[in-house]
Ligand binder design. Structure first.
Ligand code: HEC
Length: 140
């Protein structure tokens, strides 16, 4: 009679282990981006890229993009077709507004999550650094 609850407990442990194994693939976990050296931006979201053209932001954005975005948008921002090719995103404020809206909220169509939301996952500094890198890769 005492065996039943114990069995249930073991089952639960097994479930927890398999769930963490499913999330254990490194490329699916958001990777932290070290933004040391960039001007802090505070909590209010900017409408325009505060780092445009900044070499340090481009370097930080390169690493941040290739770790967090490239598995869908392609290494070096060259899309393999899974997701839009961000080299063609408009330059300047027009592209900034579109960028920030999309990265903060992600993209869900008909209940299917196509792109995760990055607000609260990556900092505003990290996301604008990624935007700076994308602009540096821009093509017409
Ligand atoms: C799981 C795959 C995935 C990841 C990871 C991902 N995206 Fe996306 N992203 C997509 C898809 C799919 C779309 C197109 C969504 C749609 O249908 O509008 C998209 C759209 C966008 C757009 C709008 C482009 C356009 O032309 O419509 C931007 C900007 C963008 N992503 C930036 C990023 C950035 C920056 C990162 C990393 C911080 C990122 N994405 C990570 C899949 C992803």
């Amino acid at each position: 009679m005492k065996a039943a609850p114990l069995k249930g407990g073991l089952l639960a442990v097994g479930l927890v282990l398999s769930v963490s194994a499913a999330f254990g693939h490194g490329d699916v976990q958001p990777q932290p981006v070290d933004t040391t050296g960039l001007a802090p931006l505070g909590d209010a979201w900017r409408e325009e890229n505060p780092y445009r053209g900044d070499a340090k932001a481009i370097a930080i954005g390169d690493s941040g993009f290739n770790q967090n975005c490239a598995r869908c948008h392609g290494l070096q921002v060259i899309s393999g077709g899974l997701a839009p090719d961000l080299r063609y995103l408009p330059l300047g404020k027009e592209g900034d507004e579109y960028f920030v809206e999309r990265v903060r909220h992600g993209a869900t169509t008909n209940g299917v999550m196509k792109m995760p939301a990055f607000e609260g996952v990556l900092s505003q500094e990290a996301l604008w650094a990624i935007r700076t890198y994308i602009e540096a890769k821009h093509e017409e």
